[in-house]
Each structure stands twice: as structure tokens, then as C-alpha cells.
Design a protein around this ligand. Structure first.
Ligand SMILES: [Zn+2]
Length: 340
């Protein structure tokens, strides 16, 4: 095990770079892998790519344990029964597609531009043109893990090296880290959307509000407030979660309030933050380490959705399926361990 981990310096470097870029990776989302000598080293569930240098975030697995392919008839195997475990680390929820994709290096990210683009119902007309000549596939929304791997298996071709996941993100595959990273930035650059001019918050009035609420505070990044101050962003925030990680970290629907005279103690029991209509966002003491990252990503994604464009968010059933999911509960538990 150890000798293979020593062999992955390039993977560690790219993972750290990706994890440190909030436009690519938020919280413990995204994952990377390398296949060496028939084995696969993949990010562990609940670990942050940004910590690739400071701790071991990887776990070694046997790719054959995650899928079965007999003459093109692909079946996804439940990794719980079969994976090789390193200490208390579990392979990423997304281990199945890493195993399945027939390339040495797999990078999976949640780029702001891709998440915004795939929300748009006009995605295909835009992307078909922008990505002309590239070997890419669009993957319909599926729950991360086995269901997503199965969806990828259905349209997988040896030549495809880019998979764009609806309401979720991007996968690139290559034989070298350098090539994979180049592909990743190429696709994102081609799918760049213009950021709208946003209606800013009035910081002073928010500061006054937050002072009157015990155990509440303001986020560090001002753009998060546009979820409340910008009319169109607020309209989008009223919809159900736009991505699986958003549902898991921020809940299915946000708490949106107009009047600040509230029983805040009671509200804080069921929520970690509130959007104040026309004003901005306040965070509660229980908001957790990565909530700000997730809200920042949401604000940036919504900033790229043109006003009145029709969009798709996750259905209520898709959201519920995520928040009640054991694998996601494990990922959150790992996160709590990290915070303590
Ligand atoms: Zn993902």
C-alpha cells in the first residue's frame, strides 16, 4: 500500500491545486484518482482535496471490486461489500465511476461555470456549439454513487474523455495528470458564462440586524448576500437545491424571511442560516465549517444565470434521497470530526 501512495506525488499536487480553488471544489466535494499496477488510489470520503499535502486523503482499492463488465454488459457493484479499506478511511462515494472509466487519471470537480451551465434549460444549444470537436458526453442527473456510475456506463465510450454531469459538475479522464488538468480547464473556459451585474447588499443595515440577533453573524464574503439582495438570485434561491452537495450541506430549501422580528432561538433549532429578503444572508452559530463555501458557490452560480432564463433544480424526491442517505451522513460525520 505505502509504496503506491509514494508514487502519487503528481496526483497529490493536482488534488491540492483543485481543492484550493473555490471555483472548482467546495467543501469536501470532488475527487481524484489514479490507477497503478491494476490498483486504484482514490480520494477518501469526507476528506478535502485541499489537504492532499498535509494528511493522507487517499485510499487504495481494487477497481474490479466496483463494477463488472462482460462483453459490454456493465453492472455496478455496491462498494460496501468489497472495498479494501485503509484504516478508518472509506473510498469516495464516487468510487464506482473512477473504477469504471478506462483511463489512468480521473478528476471530478464541481466547477461554478459547469454547475451554472447545466442548470440552464438551454444548456444543449449552448454547449453543443462551445464544445464542438471535443469528446464529451452529457450525463443526466443521477444520485452520486452507484446510480451516477450506471448513468455514465450507459453512454461511456473509450474515446470520451469529458463527462458533464447535470446539476453536478465535471469529470475528465486522461493518461497523465497534466493532460487531465488541461482538459479540465479547457472545458471550463469554453463554458464560461458572464457574471450579471448584481444588486449589492447594504452592509451597514445588515450589521445592525445581526447585532440584534444572539448567536448570529455575517458571512465573510459579501457576494453571499446577493442571495438575498439581488432579486433574481433570491428568486433562484427559493427553488429546491440546485446540486447534490448543496442539498446535503445547505438543506433542500433555505429559510427566507421578510420581517426580522422572529423567534430566532426556535428558528436556529432547524436552520443554520437565513436569507433576509432584499437584504442579505445571516449565519447562525451552528452553521458548520463549510456552509460559507457552499453559499459562496451558490451565489456565484446564480450570478451566472441570466435573468428570467428557465432552469432546472433537483426535484424534491431527488433532494430527499440525498439528505436521508447513509453514505452522505458518513461524509458529514467525517466533517464533524474535522471541526472538533
Ligand atoms: Zn461530485
Amino acid at each position: 500500500m505505502i509504496h503506491r501512495l509514494q508514487n502519487i506525488s503528481e496526483l497529490i499536487e493536482v488534488s491540492s491545486r483543485m481543492g484550493s480553488d473555490i471555483n472548482l471544489i467546495q467543501a469536501t466535494g470532488g475527487n481524484t484518482s489514479i490507477k497503478i499496477d491494476g490498483y486504484m488510489i482514490v480520494k477518501a470520503s469526507g476528506k478535502h482535496l485541499a489537504n492532499a499535502f498535509s494528511e493522507n486523503i487517499f485510499v487504495e482499492t481494487n477497481p474490479q471490486d466496483y463494477y463488472y463488465n462482460k462483453n459490454g454488459d456493465i453492472k455496478i457493484i455496491n462498494p460496501k461489500k468489497s472495498s479494501i479499506r485503509e484504516g478508518d478511511l472509506k473510498p469516495s462515494i464516487e468510487c464506482n465511476f473512477h473504477a469504471l472509466l478506462p483511463k489512468k487519471i480521473i478528476l471530478h470537480s464541481h466547477p461554478i461555470e459547469i454547475m451554472a451551465h447545466t442548470m440552464l434549460n438551454s444548456f444543449h444549444s449552448k454547449a453543443d456549439l462551445a464544445l464542438k470537436g471535443m469528446n464529451w458526453k452529457y450525463i443526466n442527473y443521477a444520485k452520486p454513487g452507484e446510480a451516477l456510475a450506471m448513468e455514465i456506463a450507459k453512454s461511456m465510450k473509450v474515446d470520451n474523455n469529458i463527462y458533464i454531469l447535470a446539476n453536478h459538475g465535471l469529470i475528465v479522464c486522461a493518461d497523465t495528470v497534466k493532460e487531465a488538468e488541461r482538459l479540465q480547464s479547457n472545458v471550463i473556459n469554453k463554458l464560461k458564462l458572464n457574471r450579471r451585474v448584481l444588486k449589492d447588499c447594504e452592509l451597514e443595515s445588515l450589521e445592525n440586524i445581526v447585532e440584534s440577533i444572539p448567536d448570529a453573524y455575517l458571512p465573510n464574503n459579501k457576494i453571499i448576500h446577493t442571495l438575498g439582495s439581488d432579486e433574481w438570485s433570491l428568486e433562484l434561491a427559493r427553488k429546491s437545491a440546485y446540486s447534490p452537495d448543496h442539498a446535503v450541506f445547505c438543506g433542500i430549501y433555505p429559510l427566507i424571511i421578510k420581517d426580522i422580528n422572529q423567534d430566532w432561538k426556535r428558528l436556529m433549532q432547524g436552520h443554520t442560516y437565513a436569507i433576509i429578503e432584499g437584504k442579505g444572508v445571516i449565519l447562525f452559530e451552528n452553521s458548520g465549517k463549510y456552509l460559507e463555501d457552499m453559499l459562496l458557490a451558490q451565489a456565484e452560480v446564480f450570478a451566472r444565470i441570466p435573468v428570467e432564463e428557465s432552469v432546472t433544480t433537483l426535484s424534491i424526491n431527488q433532494c430527499k434521497d440525498l439528505v436521508n442517505w447513509e453514505a452522505e451522513k458518513y461524509r458529514k460525520k467525517m466533517l464533524e470530526k474535522l471541526v472538533k
